[in-house]
Design a protein around this ligand. Structure first.
Ligand code: NAP
Length: 430
């Protein structure tokens, strides 16, 4: 694998055609990081192009949900089941469908894992040994959080390592679900994760049989002004291209509106008597926020729903779109306090961004600081709603709604219990 800087200064892949031949061998070792008590295997007698391999010839993950233990105690038994006739994964029972989830430890990813497990899929969750914001979670905490899934500790930033991990699962992958995202939103990290690592998961998945890819993207990519949006869009384009090249392969691109965590940051401050801060008149933007369980349920629907195949799916939560002013008013009402707003002119942000952009030319190390300023500006003024191609305006009406959890219920909960579980990423912007 070689990486190069393209003219747009973005990292890009070169010479990486997706291999169609899995590199299975009789001596496939168990991934030292793959945590599952028992694997049931049948040994392929040779190396086959994936499309020629009968399902029974693949190593097969045992379907029981097992408490994870270290790989050294994994027992390997031969699979004596007769080879079944090949069947597209959509006609199989959920427990026979292997879903590889990358970004499984994120704010949305962990709910996606939970939902897929609840629906009976055989979930393989890829995680880092230190996961969570700033690597706060230990291996045991991660295993506990991803209960019901087979957890595979690997590295999505290395195609080689990821492929080795997937190979050692000894199982064909049916579907890949990516909830990966840069934890910082910084320029290089966005390209590394939202593009490269996500592409690694596509390549590894494809090389081990995946016929469907569900991507958690973001509604804001429809107006790309930020690096993470450009990185996501590049991957989206390549995913679509892959499905165009191979008609047997499909995708669902999920583009949600704002998450609850991005809107709860002022609850404690307002509770303490501080004003609610908003830009302009508080009506510069609006969103239809969606909860983690509702979005996870929508993403899980994408695994099997045929009406979501090869579609880009903008999605918001239930109810009407809310401006920051309306969100603030709701918060004061729930707290029984008289509304008190601090209206900040958006031009202040424009000035700060201008200064940072100038300084970056002298001090390139300020690149991420300038990008964070732009991210803040974007969310202060751009709606997280569908951009209507006919009018060029954001349309609340045309932004589909899904789920049942409302922002009002979320605010009530945060007032009662605080923001635990709703922590923002490393730069505390989103
Ligand atoms: N915030 C919003 O309002 C909003 C709205 C719409 C769409 N979105 C989009 O939704 C997506 C998911 O967001 P989220 O909040 O769930 O993300 P998140 O909590 O930041 O989770 C990111 C996931 O990616 C993994 N990851 C990041 N860097 C990695 C690295 N170097 N190596 C391996 N794994 C890495 C993380 O693993 P670790 O746990 O190991 O770090 C984690 O599993 C993003 O694409 C975002 O743009 C967000």
């Amino acid at each position: 694998m070689s990486l190069s800087l393209s003219s747009s200064n973005a990292l890009s892949f070169q010479n990486q055609p997706i291999r169609r031949t899995p590199n299975y061998s009789r001596t496939t070792p168990l991934c030292p990081h793959f945590i599952s008590r028992q694997l049931q295997v049948s040994l392929p007698s040779n190396e086959f192009p994936i499309s020629h391999v009968k399902p029974g010839a693949f190593f097969k993950l045992r379907q029981e949900r097992l408490d994870p233990v270290t790989a050294s105690s994994a027992a390997v038994e031969p699979d004596t089941a007769p080879a079944a006739a090949p069947a597209p994964f959509r006609s199989k029972n959920p427990q026979d469908i292997n879903v590889l989830v990358v970004g499984s430890t994120g704010y949305i990813g962990k709910f996606v894992v939970k939902e897929l497990v609840k629906r009976g899929f055989n979930v393989i969750a890829v995680a880092r040994e230190r996961s969570g914001i700033r690597g706060k979670k230990s291996k045991d905490e991660t295993l506990n959080e991803l209960k019901g899934a087979n957890v595979c500790f690997s590295d999505v930033t290395s195609l080689d390592l990821l492929e080795k991990s997937v190979e050692s699962l000894g199982s064909r992958i049916d579907v890949v679900v990516s909830c990966l995202a840069s934890r910082s939103g910084g320029v290089k990290d966005s390209w590394k994760i939202d593009y490269e690592a996500t592409k690694n998961s596509l390549m590894a998945g494809r090389n081990y049989g995946a016929l469907h890819f569900v991507l958690l993207s973001a509604i804001c990519v429809q107006k790309p002004l930020l690096e993470f949006q450009r990185a996501k869009l590049k991957f989206e384009a390549e995913l679509i291209e892959e499905a165009e090249k191979d008609k047997g392969f499909t995708y669902s691109i999920v583009r949600p509106t704002a998450f609850f965590k991005s809107l709860g940051g002022q609850v404690d401050l307002v509770k303490e008597g501080k004003p609610y801060v908003m830009f302009g008149d508080g009506k510069l933007c609006a969103c239809k926020p969606i909860s983690e369980p509702d979005l996870a349920s929508f993403i899980a629907d994408c695994v099997l729903s045929e009406d979501k195949i090869n579609k880009v799916l903008p999605i918001g939560g239930p109810g009407k779109a809310l401006t920051p002013l309306e969100q603030g008013e709701m918060l004061f009402r729930l707290l029984g306090k008289k509304p008190k707003f601090l209206k900040v002119p958006i031009e202040i942000m424009d000035f700060a961004i201008g200064v940072l952009d100038f300084l970056v030319k002298i001090f390139p190390s300020l690149e991420d600081a300038a990008e964070f300023g732009k991210i803040g500006r974007y969310y202060a003024a751009e709606s997280m709603l569908l951009l209507d191609p006919e009018t060029g305006d954001y349309s609340a009406k045309k932004t589909p709604s899904y789920g049942k959890d409302t922002l009002e219920e979320f605010f009530e909960r945060v007032i009662r219990e605080g923001m635990t579980g709703q922590e923002l990423g490393e730069q505390t912007i989103f």
